[in-house]
Design a protein around this ligand. Structure first.
Ligand SMILES: [Zn+2]
Length: 647
């Protein structure tokens, strides 16, 4: 068999076509569909499947039609937008196996990056070839020197499978390809040479019988390519019958319900019937794909399916993962929405409007409501005023807007800064936990002041002289994905610490938090008395895609140029101050349970200066403090009434 595969450009040579003919003569089923091929020839490998052995499409009946349409002569493009646990990798593998065995062609398999291409080749493709006898016969082992095969190139009689990755346009601009299979294509970042998917599609232009397969979980709404591609197709969805009323319906996350978190989740049919998870197998077997877009682009067929359908995952498990994701915050929730619900993540803050937020204002029983564990502040510097918000933070990023102040005046004058300092250093009265409890106060534990405007010098002066109170100079960087706070650098004379903060990251978090409708993790509380202008400013920006050179980048910008955005900026800065402070909320809770009036705990932030004094008391958590001031009076002030207050 090895003599077969040593020929270069094997699909193009005469000698190879002769060999191919002789091999195909042993295959009577040249009109097989892909699902038929898989049921006949495909074997699952033990390292890839809990049920190794012969493949059965009946176990995942929703894959039958997507596999079947690929070989339909009218179909050019198949889009498969699906969650992770739906066997979409096996869908890809079966397509490849079919084209290697039954309809040998030049094939391009496209991954997100080189690491994923290598992992896929070694962990998915190699075991499939090894354990599927018809493929093992056609493809020599990569380690055999004369097999003509490497990790990224597989040769077989009449064809060639090349692996490419989206981060390297060089791997895409090779020979013509009849079949292009783009796996996890929503993760392809644009390159300087252009969009990787388009580059790969260009490879197929010389083939009239080309096949383009786009397979992916969706990601961010703004950058998603799989969702727009799906919308161009006939948009098939898998309808399954209710086991009680027989009504055909698609399975949606909003219909998964539970009575309490310890009992099993169940599904509520569109007619109100309660469906237990045990019914899923029967429902899947009776399901059918239905077209939901009657006017698709000709030749394009699309399928969308989520994890609710997966025979490998039950609804209770999904519920548990959802609750964890919700508690952990937007990054984890995004993963759940993308990979379990197969929906794009919408972080643009489009759902909620100013009126919704205005209606949400609530009565705060004291300046600092119960739930707030730490206060931070953000300060924006304009030419004629300072704007400042004090934000209270609880566990799981639940937040309370404690105060919003505008200090009119020229920032080159000392007076506005004195006024700001008064606001930032005073005591804020906490709501007592019960009627008998002592009145407690909180002070602002960290402050971030924007130094990016015209008054950098004044900001440095202010933060330098209040460094012991954790007043930090910050500057925004709108680099996507940049962490909220990085290590500070030393700037100016005399030297001042400057933190560069990831404003895009903060704005993503704020937009997501504003969408949270119920108090709890990430929810934003606002006090009675906030006006519409405040909320307009808070929602003044949205995420958009913009070209920078030839690359499209995601960025936040104003909805209208005329809108003011200071309220959003100061919230970003208050959030950055919290990230720099990095308080340990769990330790606070533990201490509060044992010792309600004990001193606060602040983790020594990895971002903070190493020069701080760390005080460790016996059996006490670590309390880190800034350098102790020289004057005895100042020292007493910090010990007695620290920058981090009791709670
Ligand atoms: Zn029903």
């Amino acid at each position: 068999m090895n003599s077969v595969t040593t020929t270069q450009n094997s699909w193009a040579t005469n000698s190879d076509s002769v060999i191919r003919e002789s091999l195909l003569s042993a295959i009577p089923e040249s009109d097989l569909t892909i699902d038929g091929w898989a049921d006949t020839y495909r074997f699952l490998s033990p390292e890839r499947s809990a049920r190794p052995g012969r493949w059965s499409t009946d176990l995942v009946p929703y894959l039958r039609e997507p596999m079947r349409v690929v070989t339909n002569s009218d179909v050019v493009e198949v889009v498969f937008m699906a969650s992770s646990q739906i066997a979409k990798t096996e869908f890809c593998n079966n397509v490849l196996g079919y084209f290697i065995h039954i309809d040998p062609s030049p094939i391009l398999y496209l991954c997100e990056n080189e690491g994923k291409a290598e992992a896929w080749s070694k962990e998915c493709l190699a075991p499939m070839i090894r354990d599927t006898p018809v493929l093992a016969k056609l493809i020599g082992e990569a380690r055999m020197r004369d097999s003509g095969n490497t990790t990224f190139d597989k040769r077989f009689p009449g064809g060639h499978l090349a692996l490419a990755w989206a981060t390297s346009p060089a791997t895409l601009s090779s020979r013509p390809r009849r079949v292009v299979l783009a796996d996890e294509c929503d993760g392809y970042a644009p390159t300087n040479e252009g969009d990787p998917m388009s580059l790969a599609e260009k490879r197929t232009t010389t083939f009239t019988n080309k096949k383009i397969l786009k397979v992916s979980s969706p990601r961010d709404e703004l950058t998603s390519t799989i969702e727009p591609a799906y919308r161009e197709t006939d948009m098939r969805r898998y309808f399954v019958p209710c086991p009680h009323c027989d009504e055909f319906q698609i399975l949606e996350w909003k219909r998964v319900k539970w009575d309490d978190t310890t009992s099993d989740a169940y599904y509520v049919c569109v007619n109100g019937c309660l469906i237990e998870h045990d019914s899923k197998t029967e429902m899947l077997a009776s399901g059918e794909w239905r077209v939901t877009n009657p006017q698709p682009t000709p030749g394009k067929v699309g399928f969308w399916i989520n994890e609710l359908y997966s025979p490998f995952v039950d609804w209770t498990d999904m519920r548990n993962r959802f609750l964890i994701a919700k508690r952990k915050g937007q990054e984890t929730l995004k993963v759940f929405i993308n990979t379990s619900l197969a929906e794009t993540w919408k972080a643009g803050g489009e759902e909620i409007d100013t009126d919704d937020l205005l209606a949400r204002c609530e009565f705060f029983a004291a300046e600092v409501p119960v739930g707030v564990k730490v206060l931070t502040a953000g300060v924006d510097v304009q030419n004629d005023r300072l704007e400042c918000e004090i934000v209270g933070w609880g566990e799981d990023k639940e937040s309370w807007s404690i105060a919003y102040r505008i200090i009119e005046g020229d920032p080159t004058k000392k007076q506005v800064w004195e006024e700001l300092k008064d606001i930032l250093t005073r005591d804020y009265e906490c709501e007592p936990l019960d009627d008998d409890a002592d009145i407690r106060n909180l002070r602002v534990a960290a402050v971030a002041v924007d130094s990016g405007g015209h008054h950098t010098h004044e900001v440095y002066k202010f933060t330098r002289s209040n460094a012991g109170r954790r007043f930090h100079a910050i500057k925004g960087a709108n680099t996507p994905g940049k962490p909220l706070a990085s290590r500070p650098s030393k700037v100016g004379t005399p030297p001042t610490k400057l933190y560069i903060i990831g404003t895009e990251t903060a704005k993503d978090s704020i937009a997501a938090a504003l969408e949270v409708a119920e108090p709890g993790p990430n929810y934003c509380h606002f006090p009675d008395g906030r006006d519409a202008e405040y909320f307009k400013q808070l929602r003044s920006e949205r995420a958009v895609m913009r070209y920078v050179g030839r690359r499209q980048v995601r960025t936040w910008e104003k909805r209208k140029p005329s809108l003011r955005n200071e309220a959003l900026d100061v919230r970003v800065y208050a959030m950055a101050a919290l990230a720099i402070l990095n308080p340990d909320f769990k330790a606070m809770r533990r201490r509060a349970q044992h010792q309600p009036l004990a001193a606060a705990t602040v983790q020594t932030s990895v971002l903070d200066t190493p020069a701080e004094t760390t005080v460790v008391a016996e059996d006490e958590p670590v309390i880190s403090q800034p350098p102790v001031p020289n004057s005895r009076r100042a020292r007493r002030r910090i010990r007695g009434n620290g920058f981090v207050n009791n709670w």
